[in-house]
Ligand binder design. Structure first.
Ligand code: UD1
Length: 446
């Protein structure tokens, strides 16, 4: 275990995520065989960590993935005055967070603007002390990602919000419960407003709320802390808030990462073989699994695992990304990679993020036949892709290039693969454990 320094202005630099340029080298083609364990969901753990700000005391969070975004969030919490002890690699210890009586109200540039999840600090900081200054979020490189629904919902709760010098500055003497109808079931806005609403006086109703398993995980955690939330997992959340807050720390285990699990399913779809993915609830990937079965993938499931068996080339299919329980937008790069080697013409229609297409050019370098028509990607499957030198532009795109390379002839180099480490714990090592020929090299830029 290693503790981030208590001095809020001096987080331990040795624990900073490294900014090394990494390259993952994959020699294909090779079938995959064996078992992989997926960790807790990135998109849940970061919000759970933010939610700890709601009550003073010590928390233990288990099933925390060893990914660089967790390290960034840990640094943000340390900068706000928390003591954060990260589990060292694979020691299965929980993440420990001790939140002080008074937290700082300023999550500044330098860390907060490096990843999207930092915006999740707004709700808990406001609920705790009625003020928050948070640098506007960064994140994956796929176009503008507005936070108008977050800010509009906070305004409904009585929060005054301004954007000054690239920071959201929010203040509320006393938040009042309100009915908030989201234009779209935004995951981030639902979570932020949920965390704010527990500190508002009276009842808040979030209508058209997101229903993703990670939102449910946050509701479970907040409920353990003493929050009163009805409707978890439905489109309408009803929160009985309280000001002053009367929450207490709780222990929790992070829900399994369905996106990482889906990456391995797509990998075996491309490479062939038999892989058991443990640590995921198959119900969280229900629509995807139905589609993969239609494509010819044999599957067996238990409560917490999926075994995928692929003995012949899969058939093409049509996918459409949608809010949960639909196929998650994060899966799109894997699905395009999968269709690039399936038999026939398939498509993926993106309904959430208009510009999530940069990896397509990289897949084309490997010989994939892909056309883009506004938000539709049409893919004509090839017998085999060819190895190439390609670049990872974000977490999922990078992982998609690596799994595509498993089905390509020769050695593919995936440059800028450090993006993958934001969401995957030792992706190269896990693929090696399944028999793939994968190496990782590091070019240190410090
Ligand atoms: C989260 C996930 C991301 C996933 C996405 C959708 C994290 C850290 N990231 O992102 O991996 O792809 O859910 O499942 O949990 N929108 C607005 N205004 C807003 C908020 C969102 O217009 O205020 C739009 C977005 O631009 C996008 C859509 O709503 O087109 C969905 O975004 P949202 O569900 O909020 O995604 P995130 O929470 O950012």
């Amino acid at each position: 275990m290693s503790a981030l320094a208590k001095d809020k202005r001096q987080p331990d630099r040795s624990r900073q995520p490294d900014c090394s340029g990494r390259t993952i080298l994959v020699r294909g083609p090779a079938a995959l065989r064996g078992t992989v364990q997926v960790g807790g969901a990135k998109n849940s753990v970061l919000k759970l960590m933010a939610a700890t700000l709601l009550a003073e005391g010590t928390y233990q969070i288990a099933n925390v993935p060893q990914i660089s975004d967790v390290l960034l969030m840990a640094e943000l919490l340390a900068a706000l005055g928390c003591e954060v002890t990260l589990p060292s690699h694979h020691d299965q210890e929980p993440l420990m967070i001790t939140v002080p009586e008074r937290i700082a109200s300023f999550a500044s540039h330098g860390i907060a603007d490096r990843f999207r999840a930092s915006v999740a600090l707004l709700g808990p900081m406001l609920a705790r002390h009625g003020e928050a200054v948070v640098a506007l979020p960064g994140g994956d490189d796929f176009g503008a990602r507005p936070i108008d629904m977050h800010l509009g919902g906070l305004a409904n709760l009585g929060v005054e919000v301004e954007i000054i010098d690239g920071c959201v500055q929010a203040r509320a003497k006393k938040m009042r419960g309100a009915t908030i109808r989201l234009d779209f079931p935004s995951v981030g806005a639902t979570e932020n407003l949920l965390m704010a609403a527990v500190g508002a006086t009276g009842t808040t109703v979030i209508d058209n709320a997101a229903r993703e398993p990670e939102v449910v995980d946050l509701c479970d955690f907040l409920t353990k802390m003493g929050a009163r939330i009805a409707g978890s997992g439905t489109n309408t959340l009803r929160i009985e808030g309280g000001n002053p807050l009367s929450l207490a720390p709780a222990d929790h285990s992070v829900v399994g990462d369905r996106i990482v699990a889906a990456t391995f399913l797509a990998a075996v779809g491309i490479a062939g073989g038999e892989v058991t993915v443990k640590g995921v609830n198959p119900a969280h990937l229900g629509v995807l699994c139905g589609k993969l079965r239609d494509m010819g993938m044999a599957m067996q499931t238990t409560d917490a695992s999926i075994t995928a068996i692929v003995s012949a080339r899969l058939r093409a299919a049509k996918f459409s990304t949608l809010p949960y329980p639909g196929v998650a937008t994060d899966l799109k790069p894997f699905l395009v990679a999968l269709l690039a080697t399936a038999e026939g013409v398939g498509s993926v229609t993106e309904n959430l993020f208009a510009q999530r297409f940069r990896y397509v050019n990289e897949l084309r370098l490997m010989g994939a036949d892909i056309r883009i028509d506004t938000n539709h990607v049409v893919v004509e499957g090839q017998d085999r892709l060819q190895a190439a030198r390609v670049t990872a532009h974000d977490i999922r795109a990078g992982a998609a290039l690596v799994i595509a390379a498993l089905g390509a002839h020769g050695e593919t180099s995936v440059l800028e693969a450090q993006h993958i480490a934001r969401g995957y714990d030792d992706f190269a090592g896990q693929l090696r454990s399944l028999g793939a020929e994968v190496r990782e090299t590091v070019v240190n830029r410090r």
